[in-house]
Ligand binder design. Structure first.
Ligand SMILES: Cc1cc2nc3c(=O)[nH]c(=O)nc-3n(C[C@H](O)[C@H](O)[C@H](O)COP(=O)(O)OP(=O)(O)OC[C@H]3O[C@@H](n4cnc5c(N)ncnc54)[C@H](O)[C@@H]3O)c2cc1C
Length: 385
């Protein structure tokens, strides 16, 4: 019997598997599809501290420390580049948003600069268009290649003895009294464990609701466009003040750009790939926005388009919690469009919780029961990416 079972093979689950296995404990990870099949593969791949909620900033700062050493630690190329994040203002109103963001984030101790004009922006990123008026610049932010990262965590976990069972879904959690004791797989196999970590992104409520636990998620759609490889254009991640587009250039030269967060009128339990197809109007609007930011990308050939789903909680913060009212159950979901960058630290926290160690972060903002205690606020928008 493994000490720990993890359900979900995205960055949260695989990073946790790595930490638990390297601490010498037995761990089995179940992934219904393939590793990084959902948000951790759909993602832009931004690793940012800027624009974070104060509750998440300590995790994001610690994650940046971890990212710098991950290639060596995991013995794999993660594509991590620490070249900064530019958040751009395209109108006078957006200038005010950016100014305020810089003031607020500096108060929280983040090193972030205000770039007051186009020349200051182009001194850092010459490819940025001449109509961009101002920007914030957080030099400690960066980006990484998501699928290789998840595979690297899983491979390193396996080298430390973890069992990775991709293609094996979990149908239900096993419960005895006030304790979760294991999982039942889609084929009916029962696997017992001392601790079960649920890291299943938008699918988390399907496992939690039958146990009487409420994780209120609104599932949102973000569309992603990936170009053919282009010559080097820029090294940062860019976003915009109202979050209606973001992008980066991947290590192989492809642009990977995303729309803002939009509605998705389907149920997570029954989605199919068709339900993720980006709408033509969204892609047309995205191309126009990206072209304003990066005029040199205007004629870039499109290699791939996809839709990605966001597990948005009412306050746009995740649930990372072992105080579920059920011993042996740990929840890590609801990352609300920004769980990739903090993934390495999420893994560390989940390992601490599973192994009864005190995590080095204040996790009270991430309690699952806050949703039952407080009325759902309904965060209007979160800066994904
Ligand atoms: C378009 C887009 C852009 C984004 N950009 C950024 C960004 O720039 N920076 C950032 O930090 N974050 C970003 N995010 C958010 C980030 O990608 C996610 O928060 C993060 O990847 C969540 O990882 P996860 O492991 O918690 O969940 P997921 O990656 O969704 O993993 C959950 C896994 O669980 C599996 N699963 C589900 N149910 C079961 C079951 N019953 N049994 C077994 N397995 C199951 C799924 O197949 C899936 O692989 C973005 C997200 C999207 C969609």
């Amino acid at each position: 019997m493994p000490d720990v079972v993890i359900v979900g093979g995205g960055i949260s689950g695989t990073a946790a598997a790595y930490e638990i296995a390297r601490a010498g404990h037995s761990v089995t990870l179940f992934e219904a599809r393939s590793l990084a099949a959902m948000a951790s593969g759909w993602t832009l791949g931004g690793v940012r501290q800027s624009g974070r909620d104060p509750a998440e900033l300590p995790l994001a700062k610690a994650a940046v420390e971890r990212w710098g050493g991950l290639d060596e630690e995991l013995d794999a190329a993660t594509g991590y580049r620490r070249r900064g994040n530019l958040r751009l203002a395209r109108t006078e109103a957006e200038i005010e948003v950016i100014r305020e963001l810089v003031v607020e984030q500096r108060k929280l101790g983040l090193a972030i600069d205000y770039l007051p004009d186009n020349a200051a922006i182009r001194a850092i990123a010459p490819a940025i268009g001449s109509s961009i008026l101002a920007a914030s610049f957080c030099p400690g932010d960066g980006h990484a290649d998501p699928v290789p990262v998840v595979r690297a965590f899983a491979a390193a976990a396996a080298r430390h003895g973890a069992t990775i069972r991709d293609g094996t879904g979990v149908r239900a959690l096993q419960r005895t009294g006030d304790r979760v004791t294991g999982v039942e797989t889609a084929s009916g196999e029962i696997v017992s464990a001392d601790q079960v970590i649920v890291a299943t992104g938008i699918h988390a409520p399907e496992l939690l609701t039958p146990l009487g636990l409420d994780l209120p998620l609104r599932v949102k759609l973000v569309c992603v466009l990936q170009s053919v490889p282009l010559p080097p254009l820029f090294e940062q991640v860019f976003g915009v003040a109202n979050a209606d587009c973001a992008g980066r250039q991947e290590v192989d030269g492809r642009l990977r750009v995303t729309t803002g967060i939009g509605d998705w009128p389907f149920e997570p339990a029954s989605w199919t790939l068709d339900a993720l197809a980006p709408r033509a109007a969204d892609i047309t609007a995205l191309i126009a926005r990206v072209t304003q930011v990066l005029p040199a990308a205007a004629d870039a050939g499109i290699a791939r388009l996809w839709g990605g789903l966001i597990d948005l909680t009412p306050d746009a913060l995740p649930a990372i919690d072992a105080h579920t009212g059920l011993d042996g159950l740990i929840v890590a979901a609801g990352f609300s469009g920004h769980g990739f960058g903090i993934g390495p630290v999420t893994g560390e926290i989940l390992a601490d919780l599973a192994l009864s160690k005190q995590p080095r972060f204040d996790l009270s903002p991430f309690r699952l029961d806050r949703f039952a205690r407080e009325p759902a606020a309904g965060a209007a928008l979160t800066l994904h990416g």
